[in-house]
Design a protein. Structure first.
Length: 491
């Protein structure tokens, strides 16, 4: 008998249409995380924001988004993943409208917080829904590759969209553009996705665990992003970090002892799941910093405008999307996710290391495009393989929370990467400028430090992957991984 908790449309066509809707929502939400970056100087001038206020336009989105993912994933398992997905799309769409209408900093920041919460609800269950929709290994690999491709390319496309919309129209449209997309996606998803029913809150609502992990994650993200203003070793940063760590440790203890935990710790006993989450945390930290720093280098050193900067990132988005969708899944079916991920990490490290040699008078085609394409190729290979490994421990009962965990490490990595990279880059540039070095050269030196850090993080991810998966006897592959590895390449 079919478990009625499973949100599976009956036919193959419906499954692929459902995937398109899930991927479109994911693209919209991920894109919104970076679309503001290019438009931020215009928003600051228009609304009269201070430097700290400008930072909160981004931070108000990141904190609830990262902090609520694990809880949102578990709510999907208990209340129904389709229901939580639709609620997230609706909240995100409404919040986008409020952001676009905002005429004051307070309203914009409040609406961005609501956007982050809606994004967490929809994103947390998305990957879990994809895994359950596609049971056949080769189809599942393709579906995960498609989901990973829009996620990986979304950040780059956000820079493009932010630049173009700000230059051609105005900054309000970087938010208004979400409204028709959200309405269409939500309306179609309500028809295409079969309503699933979980066991309800009584089936495993660990309220204390939910409070501990949500508060701990939000506090951790806040502590990380606040380092740009207060520094890494200030009493404030250390105090907030210690409190966040204490809350997260209490959450782990709670999960080990609760009768119905929010996150079953057995999931983390899988070397594939634990390794993929750890590798993702470090890799995303390096890659997120890379995208932001390249955009800043184009604007502040090369003098590019917002739209030109966005289009300069476009080839990377294309490469990531095509490789994720067409190449990574085939190689994973042939050689296994661990091998593909390892090769991807090497390429990311090479690309970022190459960028660390960028001169202050660099030329786009010679000094930027080549290394960006190498890093994009590596990302396109690594990210789908990483997602497949990260979801390998998911079951019908906990796919939402496993998906939420995977998304959480991604967002923590992004916050950590941007804060660390930007702080060290700014410190290096400041030292050189104070010593009399011209601004362009000082900024470039700071940015190359950031690229070197990204390369080091990717190299560390490579070392971890080798240690976990190739340092001794590889752990037995799960049924999905084993089947995918045995399956022939399906053209």
């Amino acid at each position: 008998m079919t478990d009625e908790r499973t949100a599976r449309p009956p036919g193959a066509r419906s499954r692929w249409l459902a995937l398109v809707l899930i991927c479109t929502a994911s693209m919209m939400i991920i894109l919104d995380g970076t679309i503001v970056t290019v438009a931020l100087p215009v928003i600051q001038a228009d609304l009269g924001l201070s430097a700290s206020g400008s930072a909160w336009v981004i931070n108000a989105y990141l904190i609830p988004f990262a902090g609520m993912l694990l809880l949102a994933g578990r709510l999907g398992d208990l209340l129904g993943r389709t229901r939580v997905f639709l609620a997230g799309v609706a909240v995100f769409t409404l919040a986008s409208l409020l952001c676009g209408l905002a005429a004051s900093p307070e309203l914009l920041i409040a609406a961005r917080f609501l956007q982050g919460a809606g994004g967490a609800l929809a994103s947390a269950v998305g990957l879990g829904m994809v895994v359950l929709l596609f049971a056949e290994p080769r189809e599942r690999a393709r579906a995960i590759g498609a989901h990973a491709s829009v996620g990986a390319a979304g950040a780059s496309l956000g820079l493009i969209a932010g630049g173009v919309l700000t230059d051609v129209l105005n900054w309000h449209w970087i938010f208004f553009v979400n409204v028709p997309v959200g309405v269409v996606v939500g309306g179609l998803a309500a028809v295409v996705l079969v309503a699933d029913r979980g066991p309800g809150l009584r089936g495993g609502a660990d309220v204390l665990g939910a409070v501990l992990v949500t508060a701990g994650l939000m506090l951790a993200v806040y502590a990380i992003i606040a380092t740009e203003r207060h520094g890494w070793v200030s009493a404030r940063t250390l105090g907030l970090g210690a409190l966040a760590l204490a809350l997260l440790v209490a959450f782990v203890v709670r999960q080990a002892t609760a009768a119905r935990p929010l996150l079953r710790l057995r999931v983390l006993r899988s070397r594939d799941v634990a390794g993929a989450n750890l590798v993702q945390l470090l890799t995303v930290a390096g890659m997120f910093g890379f995208q932001v720093v390249v955009a800043l280098y184009m604007q502040q050193v090369l003098g590019y405008g917002a739209a030109r900067t966005g289009w300069g990132m476009f080839p990377v988005a294309v490469v990531i999307g095509l490789v994720s969708l067409l190449v990574s899944t085939r190689l994973t079916a042939r050689f296994g996710g661990r091998a593909v991920l390892t090769v991807g990490l090497v390429l990311i490290a090479v690309g970022l290391g190459w960028l660390s040699r960028t001169p202050h008078d660099g030329r786009y085609l010679i000094d930027l495009l080549g290394p960006m394409m190498v890093a994009g190729l590596g990302s396109g290979l690594a990210l789908p393989a990483m997602a497949g490994l990260g979801m390998s421990g998911a079951t019908e009962e906990d796919s939402g929370v496993v998906s939420g965990l995977f998304n959480t490490t991604q967002q923590i990595g992004a916050a950590f990467g941007s804060a660390t990279v930007m702080a060290l880059a700014a410190a290096r540039a400041g030292e050189l400028h104070a010593a009399g070095i011209p601004a362009a050269q000082a900024l470039t030196s700071g940015y190359t430090v950031a690229f070197a850090i990204g390369a080091a993080l990717a190299a560390l991810s490579f070392v971890i992957s080798i240690t976990l998966w190739w340092g001794g006897r590889a752990p037995s592959a799960g049924p999905a991984e084993a089947a995918a590895t045995r399956a022939p390449i399906d053209v």
